[in-house]
Structure formats: structure tokens, C-alpha cells
Design a protein around this ligand. Structure first.
Ligand SMILES: C[S@@+](CC[C@H](N)C(=O)[O-])C[C@H]1O[C@@H](n2cnc3c(N)ncnc32)[C@H](O)[C@@H]1O
Length: 248
């Protein structure tokens, strides 16, 4: 398998200078942190692909007992992070950092679909490795939280994901996919269904896997939806726990 993760250009990441987690979604985070007894004591969270740091700032504001590590490869976004003595910003792809250990929570907010390399299978393997790495960096009882856009197929659940990956990752098709509105044209993007991610989490060793639906969305025209065999696009939060005792 090829290991090189493909990154978007600075121009392509400009659209990400925002904050997607609204109050309702943050409520789900707070509930998960309370339910799994993370927020009751001082805790350390890793925000992978944390962009401009607004999510980490919100978390640190709500939890004076928290500290955060933001990993963000795009220099222009990493530099937008406001200084905070409880926040560390690492400007790097997640795949290149020395994995921290003993974390209480690892967060992937709309970033796993950007973990792409050459070929669909290797891309899925790269995403799976990120979940394994998150698992290894967590202390027993720590949690992973994943906000994602879930794409569900009408014929086969993961078929839209494969089609979107092949269309967006093609260099030859890039001028066309860019014209059709794909911000990731020429690099690629790899969404999945919620079930796909749940299976990947279980394979990585996580237990108590929960799914919290947020909202449905429909950003594509009906022609594109039919062509991609797309049944549903929705946003949700997946939460899972590293078991308290693990057999090594
Ligand atoms: C859709 S944005 C989400 C930003 C932020 N998490 C949020 O929810 O507002 C995806 C982010 O992941 C970052 N990213 C892309 N590839 C990455 C990688 N290999 N490692 C870490 N972050 C990555 C991008 O630069 C971008 O900031």
C-alpha cells in the first residue's frame, strides 16, 4: 500500500475557515463527554484537522479543566488559531505526527473523508489506520468522536462513496469535476455511510459505538444524485470508547 496522504491546496482549503459545530451538535459532544466520564476530571483532547481552532477554543471555554492539541496541515488555517495556554497547535498532517499517548478524547470533525491516497482500497486502509492510531493514542476508557457527512447508496450502501472518490481523485477529470462544483477535484474525497464507519471503529478495537443523527442535507442536484446512486446524505456524530481493560 502507498502511504502518501494527498493534501488539498491552500486555495482548496479556504472554504474550511469556518466552524461547523453548532450549539445542538456541541450539546451532543457535551453529553458524550459526561456519559463516558471524560469531563468530570482534567482531560486532554486531540482535534485532528482542527483548522482555525474555533472548535478547540469552544471546548476549552466550556471546560476549564480541558487541554487540547490541534493538528492541522494547512499553514494558513493553523496560523488562524488564537493563542491559548491550554492549546497546542501542530502544523502537520495527522499521518506525520508523533502519536501522543494517554489522551482522553480524539476528535475527527469532517476530516476523515480527506484522508485520501492513490486508489480506493488504499484510501480506505489509510482511514482505517487513522482510527487505529486514535485508538492507540487514547488512554483506556477514552473516547473517539467523529462528525461526518454520511453518504448512503440506493443500490449498494458504499457505491456513491466509491464513485465520488474515483471522480474527484482523477487528475484527467479534474477540470470537469471542478466545474461541477467539487472543491476536492484532482485530489479526491472519500465519504462513507455511517454503517461503514461503525464497522471500521469496531475493527480498530472500539466498543460502545453510538450514532447520533444531526440533520439531513441535499447539496447535489437530482441528476447528480441519480448518477451517483445516492439515497441519502446526512450529518451525524459517531462516538465510541476504548475499553477500560484491553487484552494485549
Ligand atoms: C472540512 S475541514 C474541517 C475543519 C474543522 N475540523 C471543522 O470542523 O471546522 C477539514 C480539515 O482537515 C484538514 N486536513 C486535511 N487533511 C488532513 C490530514 N491528513 N491531517 C490532518 N488534517 C487534515 C484540512 O486542512 C481542513 O482544515
Amino acid at each position: 500500500m502507498t502511504d502518501s496522504v494527498k493534501l488539498l491546496s491552500s486555495q482548496q482549503t479556504q472554504a474550511f475557515d469556518t466552524e461547523y459545530v453548532d450549539d445542538m451538535m456541541f450539546e451532543l459532544v457535551k453529553q458524550a463527554l459526561a456519559k463516558f466520564q471524560i469531563s468530570q476530571s482534567p482531560f486532554r483532547l486531540l482535534d485532528v484537522g482542527g483548522g482555525n481552532g474555533k472548535y478547540a477554543d469552544k471546548l476549552l471555554y466550556h471546560y476549564p479543566n480541558a487541554s487540547a492539541v490541534v493538528v492541522e496541515p494547512e499553514k494558513t488555517l493553523a496560523e488562524k488559531n488564537l493563542p491559548n495556554r491550554r492549546k497546542q497547535v501542530i502544523q502537520s498532517p495527522f499521518q506525520n505526527i508523533a502519536l501522543p499517548s494517554g489522551l482522553n478524547a480524539v476528535q475527527f470533525n469532517w476530516v476523515l473523508h480527506h484522508f485520501v491516497t492513490s486508489g480506493y482500497r488504499d484510501t480506505c486502509a489509510l482511514q482505517q489506520r487513522a482510527l487505529h492510531d486514535a485508538y492507540r493514542s487514547l488512554a483506556p476508557g477514552g473516547i473517539i468522536m467523529i462528525f461526518e457527512n454520511f453518504y448512503e447508496g440506493a443500490l449498494s450502501e458504499d457505491l456513491p462513496s466509491q464513485l465520488i472518490f474515483h471522480l474527484t481523485s482523477s487528475q484527467i477529470l479534474a477540470p470537469l469535476t471542478e466545474k461541477l462544483g467539487a472543491n476536492t477535484a484532482g485530489v479526491g474525497v472519500c465519504f462513507h455511510s455511517a454503517r461503514f464507519w461503525r464497522e471500521q471503529l469496531a475493527q480498530a478495537g472500539f466498543s460502545q459505538i453510538e450514532e447520533h443523527p444531526c440533520y439531513d442535507f441535499g447539496t447535489l442536484s437530482s441528476i447528480k444524485r441519480v448518477a451517483l446512486t445516492l439515497r441519502k446524505q446526512r450529518v451525524g456524530l459517531l462516538v465510541a470508547r476504548k475499553p477500560l481493560s484491553t487484552v494485549s
